[in-house]
Write a new protein. Structure first.
Length: 154
């Protein structure tokens, strides 16, 4: 199935498809940098699901796999997240006007020890996504966990 044959809500996700480098920057790091990794986005199962695979070179950072699908109840998206630590989570996802948002604020496959959210902004040329992950113990007061920049490499 080609992008033109998929419903528009799925076709909007074509913006992610390809290879990206990642740079995570952690608060308090001496040089303002952190971990680097690579990630790829690709369509599977006749273009019904978008898969993201991330490989991180550090033992402290897990490799991960995400699967994005349409949420039939809201018309938005659901991102299912799995990583090499055995963590499984589900995020509500949106992509509107070049802003990518992920939110986890209720229990899913695992208990909700803390809430998480990500907001990333696509550059005008769609070659960079600048964003940050935040966390909250109460779902009201948020603190930055780390900044994350995606740069398209292919």
């Amino acid at each position: 199935m080609t992008g033109a044959e998929r419903p528009g809500v799925l076709a909007r996700l074509d913006i992610f498809v390809g290879e990206w480098s990642l740079e995570a920057r952690f608060p308090g790091s001496a040089d303002g940098t952190g971990m680097r990794a690579r990630t790829t986005f690709e369509w599977i199962l006749d273009g019904q699901f978008l898969v993201q695979r991330t490989e991180a070179p550090l033992l402290e950072a897990p490799d991960s796999l995400t699967i994005v699908c349409v949420n039939p109840q809201t018309g938005g998206y659901i991102q299912h997240y799995y990583d090499s630590r055995g963590v499984a989570r589900r995020y509500a996802m949106s992509l509107e006007d070049g802003i990518w948002r992920l939110l986890r604020d209720s229990p899913d496959f695992s208990p909700l020890d803390f809430c998480q959210r990500f907001t990333g902004t696509f550059s005008d040329d769609q070659a960079t996504i600048d964003g940050a992950w935040e966390k909250s113990s109460d779902g009201t007061t948020w603190t930055r966990d780390f900044a994350l920049t995606y740069r398209r490499t292919g």
